[in-house]
Design a protein around this ligand. Structure first.
Ligand code: FES
Length: 284
């Protein structure tokens, strides 16, 4: 598969408060690209060190192969599922949902993929957030996977609530367990994923003093629930926002969304000021 060959070109971008790291455009080589269940696929790349100075919550812009008869002309933003600088590997978990991801699904071992990243501001983990609760659904869980790994490395206690349409579609359950998390699967078939059921479940953990902070990704329904619980119980948290993007670099303004700042509504670029924001500031 032919891709433009790009020697790593490096930009300096701020990517976490107080920290400046490099973002590069580079050619990665596909190690595997396989289904993990009926809906999602896992892409594992052999990637150069220039693109592996990543933080949990950051994303890449992928120059996806063009499927026959389709004409996507933008890169596809995708959150990082896994990165390992020592092994030189980068992973993305995706669902085939459009031309870009249809193109990604055509990649075979040995093909190359042009990647640009890591981009954006990742999750923070202040020292007083010792008991972390991750709540997400579907591919939103993929974005939280690197955070779970970082939490384990820092000795934080982790509870992961994995929501799905059915138990067999629950993502990353074994991975979260391997990071020492207490994993709770909730799903639509038995109603355990409903807002009311989740509220009861989470309040039970709060009552036991097991939640210092929430982390979530994507879902407006979960965002509203966690905002409500956060306000009631004084629990902070962060969300990785999902948003259509064009440049991914802060230049085109295509990803601007409104946020609350005190009593004001302000506008921020999800690709540059985010994609991670305080839960209290996000507007569903
Ligand atoms: Fe261009 Fe965010 S996608 S500014």
């Amino acid at each position: 598969m032919s891709q433009p060959v790009v020697s790593p070109s490096v930009l300096s971008v701020p990517h976490a408060p107080g920290r400046v790291s490099r973002c590069a455009e580079a050619r990665a080589v596909v190690l595997s690209n396989t289904p993990v269940n009926g809906e999602y696929r896992l892409l594992t790349l052999d990637a150069p060190a220039e693109v592996l100075d990543c933080a949990p919550g950051q994303f890449f812009q992928l120059l996806c192969p063009v499927p026959e008869g389709e004409h996507p002309f933008l890169r596809r933003p995708m959150s990082i599922y896994g990165y390992d600088a020592e092994a030189g590997q980068l992973q993305f978990l995706y669902k085939i949902a459009g031309a870009g991801t249809r193109g990604l699904a055509t990649l075979r071992a040995g093909d190359t993929l042009n990647v640009l990243g890591p981009l954006g501001q990742g999750f923070s983990m202040p020292a007083d957030w010792q008991n972390l609760m991750l709540v997400a659904r579907g591919v939103g869980l993929a974005t939280l996977a690197p955070l779970a790994r970082a939490a384990q490395q820092q000795g934080r206690k982790l509870t992961a609530i994995c929501s799905a349409r059915s138990p067999e579609l629950a993502m990353s359950v074994d991975l979260f367990r391997s990071y020492g998390a207490e994993v709770i699967v909730v799903h639509d078939e038995d109603g355990s994923s409903s807002v009311d059921a989740l509220r009861e479940l989470i309040e039970g953990h709060i009552a036991l003093g097991q939640v210092d902070a929430f982390y979530t990704c994507g879902s407006s329904r979960l965002l509203r629930l966690l905002q409500d619980l956060g306000q009631t119980h004084g629990i902070p948290g962060e969300i990785a926002m999902e948003q259509q993007m064009a440049c991914g670099l802060g230049m085109c303004q295509a990803c601007v969304r409104p946020f609350r700042e005190g009593n004001e509504v302000v506008h921020r670029r999800v690709c540059r000021e985010g994609p991670v924001f305080p839960i209290s500031e996000a507007i569903a």
